[in-house]
Design a protein around this ligand. Sequence first.
Ligand code: FES
Ligand code: FES
Length: 152
Amino acid sequence: MATINLKINGQTQLVDADPDTPLLWVLREELQLVGTKYGCGIGSCGACTVHVDGVAMRSCQLTVEQIGEQKVTTIEGLSEHGNHPVQQAWLAHDVPQCGYCQAGQIMSASALLNDSPNPSDAEIDAAMNGNVCRCGTYTRIKAAIKSVNAVG
Ligand code: FES
Ligand code: FES
């Protein structure tokens, strides 16, 4: 056990954890940031996606030791009032069904749009490929991402 200094959503958080604890566990169990979901635990579903220094990463596959000084953003920190352009597009397109995968979907989409404000279909497919949705919201997700492009 060690005291780990993490930068989460613009704040410094001190947590007591083994250095090899997955970030996802610390987010959910220690910091109660439960918007980030546990799906598979093996890097295959995308439900646990967060931004690490702006890059979409699977928090179940990163230890807190690996995070170091990098800045982590979760769905709770994406926007102050839930009004990030991607979140607004998700509402406008009525994307969520059960909702379980959607925080991860939004974190992947927002990282993509930060890097590529006007992504091609192929770029969208490549960026979103690892985010699984059991409810099959893929068509609406793509439409929502494209609508952010149209606005921005
Ligand atoms: S829980 Fe991390 S990729 Fe599925
Ligand atoms: S909205 Fe249900 S799993 Fe994606």
